[in-house]
Design a protein around this ligand. Structure first.
Ligand code: PEP
Ligand code: MG
Length: 576
């Protein structure tokens, strides 16, 4: 039995056999063929292409019905690789010239393509390498008559162990098959971890070397709440965790009792509990968990894993759907936040030394009013169908807010000219995720309708810690006094200007910090849906006065560790 500790990324405990996902290398041996064998070899190649095509379409259908059309579109790029005439013709001409088996020729052509593409400094082409690699290996497997190792084909519930998981791997994590996932790299708020939370799969990331330590079939206990992973547990440990699972189920049931009740403290302060979503089809699950609104709709996922950009009509339909599904409850649509760890192949963004400090989010949108206004028009049009609000990511000062609002007014004029309906009074919020915005919250509050604190970025920028880097993850402390002081400043400035403050970073869904945030005066909490019942239960168990006192005391400590411990003890006392 080996016990390891990684970064707790998505809570819950799972026990299951390891399913290792890795870059599968194929050793293809070359064997000479005769001229007469060539037609048969070409036929084998064509059959492998057809079989691969069928596999991808089947997979696409399954993903489309399980998770939605957008996730299934990831595979459109794979289908395009299959139709690449240049690749096909090169294989056939080399086959005729070199007279060796087609599997070998194909593997050589594949390697050449990957090597040529890897040398080109272009994000779009870099993403194509992953597609070519993925499809290429499928074709080879079919040529060699091998079985495809695929997440979608998983039998039973397994623990996925991988070096890293791409967003397309993560969306393919079928809930029925995946017990948990563990990766070598990554941080708590990397967007793969955020996706795991949406899928409600316990996850531990940044567990360096885990792929080298386990083999397929080993039994793993994954505790996504503490970050502990145990390889091949002994019987006693297994029993303890099984007991823990039963206990966890018991507490979950207690929390669930609060899911449809308002988040109101014993002495009558009500806060809103909302959900973060990445795709429109997450709305039903958010409602099931008792959400009161959508506090953050991360729209950039709409652009991901597709070759083209969504049209205004596609944006409009998606936003309208969410607005209508939420039936009058508020839906905050965040405008395109690309860059950082989210790159989109449609837009040619130069590689930067510091992507998180570079051409990101609102900076990109202000430089590309064509892309930005298309999205703004769609949000405005959808605002005629429900309670929609919009907010800008990564605002660092008032001038960016002015520029964004100027484009918003232009978008409104364009709609007026076309006679299209929209809510002229749509609320416009500012995400507070850059320290300069937090420090000038009083200035921003005069012109914003609301704030939403994006702690995932605010923490990384104020503590100078890359949110996706496991090596510095120990420094990523939501309860750091600097972070709490910034949050307090934002809330106080907003309340002075009589506007509301939400929080949509992962910190808002941390049960241990809920009392401090409540006590600081946060008005709305937005989080992955599955934490909603627990948060509501906590808020309903405390007096606002007591939470204010807890927040006041928390600010007197010198370190994040002390604050965390203090907050955890207070929570335990209250839930006793
Ligand atoms: C944040 O930064 O806290 C946030 C909610 O935005 P994202 O995680 O998408 O950067
Ligand atoms: Mg952010």
């Amino acid at each position: 039995m080996i016990q390891l500790k990684g970064i707790a990324a998505a809570s819950g405990i799972s026990i299951g056999p390891v399913y290792k996902l890795g870059p599968e290398e194929f050793m293809v041996v070359s064997s000479a063929i005769t001229w007469e064998d060539i037609p048969l070899q070409i036929q084998l190649f064509e059959e492998a292409l057809i079989k691969t095509r069928r596999e991808i379409i089947d997979l696409q259908k399954r993903i489309s019905s399980d998770m939605g059309q957008e996730e299934a579109q990831i595979f459109d790029a794979h289908l395009l690789v299959l139709e690449d005439r240049m690749l096909i013709e090169e294989v056939i001409s080399r086959l005729k010239k070199e007279q060796v088996n087609v599997a070998y020729i194909f593997s050589e052509v594949l390697k050449k393509y990957i090597s040529v593409f890897s040398k080109i400094e272009d994000e779009y082409l870099k993403e194509r390498i992953a597609d070519i690699n993925d499809v290429g290996k499928r074709i080879l497997r079919n040529l060699l008559g091998r079985e495809k190792k695929s997440l979608a084909d998983l039998k039973g519930r397994a623990v996925i162990v991988a070096h890293d998981l791409s967003p397309s791997d993560t969306v393919a994590l079928y809930k029925r098959n995946v017990a948990a996932f563990v990766t070598d790299i990554g941080g708590k708020t990397s967007h793969t971890a955020i996706m795991a939370k949406s899928l409600e799969i316990p996850a531990v990331v940044g567990l360096e070397g885990i792929t080298a330590k386990v083999a397929s079939g080993d039994i793993l206990i994954v505790d996504g709440t503490t970050g502990v992973v145990i390889i091949n547990p002994d019987e006693g440990t297994l029993k303890n965790y099984e007991q823990e699972l039963i206990k966890l189920k018991g507490t979950t049931d207690i929390f669930l009792s609060a899911k449809d009740l308002p988040a109101v403290t014993i002495d009558g302060r009500t806060v809103l509990i909302n959900s973060n979503i990445e795709f429109p089809d997450e709305v039903p699950s958010a409602k099931l968990h008792g959400t009161e609104g959508i506090g953050l709709y991360r729209t950039e996922f709409f652009y991901m894993n597709r070759k083209d950009s969504p049209t205004e009509e596609e944006h409009y339909q998606a936003y309208k759907y969410v607005a209508q599904e939420m039936n009058g409850h508020s839906v905050v649509i965040r405008t395109l936040d690309l860059g950082g760890d989210k790159f989109l192949s449609q837009f040619k963004i130069p590689q930067e030394m510091q992507p998180f400090l570079g051409w990101r989010a609102i900076r990109f949108c202000l430089a590309r009013p064509d892309i930005f206004k298309l999205q703004l028009r769609a949000i405005l049009r959808a605002s005629a169908h429900g309670n929609l609000k919009l907010m800008y990511p990564m605002i660092s000062g008032i001038e960016e807010l002015w520029q964004a609002n100027k484009l918003l007014n232009e978008a409104k004029d364009e709609l007026r000219q076309k006679g299209l309906d929209f809510n002229d009074k749509i609320e416009v919020g500012v995400m507070i995720e850059v320290p300069s915005a937090a420090m000038t919250a009083d200035i921003l509050a005069k012109e914003a309708d609301f704030f939403s604190i994006g702690t995932n970025d605010l923490i990384q920028y104020s503590l100078a810690v890359d949110r996706g880097n496991e090596k510095v993850a120990y420094l990523y402390e939501p309860a750091h006094p600097a972070v709490l002081r910034l949050i307090k400043n934002v809330i106080d400035s907003a309340h002075q200007a009589k506007i509301k403050v939400a929080m949509c970073g992962e910190m808002a869904g941390e049960p241990s910090l809920a009392l401090i945030l409540l006590g600081l005066g946060l008005d709305e909490f937005s989080m992955p849906p599955q934490v909603i019942p627990e948060l509501k239960y906590i808020i309903r168990s405390v007096e606002f006065k007591a939470a204010q006192e807890i927040a006041r005391k928390a600010l007197e400590f010198s370190t994040g560790t002390e604050i965390e411990e203090f907050a955890r003890n207070k929570l335990a006392e209250i839930l006793k």
